[in-house]
Design a protein around this ligand. Sequence first.
Ligand SMILES: [Zn+2]
Ligand SMILES: [Zn+2]
Length: 111
Amino acid sequence: MTQPSPADSPILPEGKPFDELGCAYKPIGATGVCGKPPTWHVMWEPSSGYNSLTCDEHMALAQRRWVYADRHPMGPDCTMPGALWEYTHRWCVIPDDHPALAVARALNGDR
Ligand SMILES: [Zn+2]
Ligand SMILES: [Zn+2]
C-alpha cells in the first residue's frame, strides 16, 4: 500500500470542475477517465486537499491498492464550490449554510 500522488496514481482530479466529472479513475495509458456516476468522495491528502470522486468499482480497487485519509458517500454538497470536508460527520458541507458544522471542522483540524 502506498500513498497515491499525481506522479504515480491513476486517480487524478484532472483539474476539471467537479460537476464535469464522473469517477476520476484513469488507468495509466488510457485516454480518458472511467466517468461513471460517482458514489464515493475520497480524501487522499488532507494537507493538500487532494481528493477525487470514485464509483463503487474503483473505490474497491482503491481500497486494495492505496492508502486514503478518509471517504464518504457522495452527498449534495460534495461538488459545490466552497464546501469543506467534514471528518466527524463524514460528508462535505458549505460553511455558510451550516456555521456550527464549520466550527466543528475547524476544531477537529487535520485528520
Ligand atoms: Zn470508476
Ligand atoms: Zn464529499
